[in-house]
Design a protein around this ligand. Structure first.
Ligand SMILES: [Zn+2]
Length: 111
């Protein structure tokens, strides 16, 4: 039996791509072994031989910390606002409960 479908394409495999150079604990390029240089006002650590960016400043981490601080501040102010509102409501409730007990002032005694 002959099939009308075209033959399945041959699978091709590429060689595994080596990992990018990285910063070693001693501060050298993992591929070249030379010490890094600072670039971009200290935001980047670059290999002077292969020009690979070995490290960069964590801008997202800084933004995350700022966002966390803002959220905590908002939660704190929200708690304070709720506590103030609750205190106000309880005070009003106590005042409204006291009112019926107080006798109304007699107009005769004033005169
Ligand atoms: Zn390098």
């Amino acid at each position: 039996m002959k099939s009308d479908r075209p033959a399945a394409p041959q699978l091709t495999y590429r060689e595994r791509i080596p990992a990018a150079p990285h910063l070693t604990p001693s501060g050298n390029c993992s591929d070249c072994g030379v010490p890094h240089v600072l670039a971009g006002e200290g935001c980047y650590k670059v290999c002077p031989k292969c020009y690979c960016v070995l490290w960069h400043y964590d801008w997202f981490g800084k933004e995350k910390k700022l966002e966390e601080a803002r959220r905590k501040q908002l939660e704190k102010t929200d708690k304070e606002r709720r506590a103030a509102k609750l205190a106000e409501l309880t005070k009003k409730k106590e005042e409204s409960e006291k009112k019926p007990e107080e006798p109304p002032p007699k107009p005769d005694s004033v005169l």
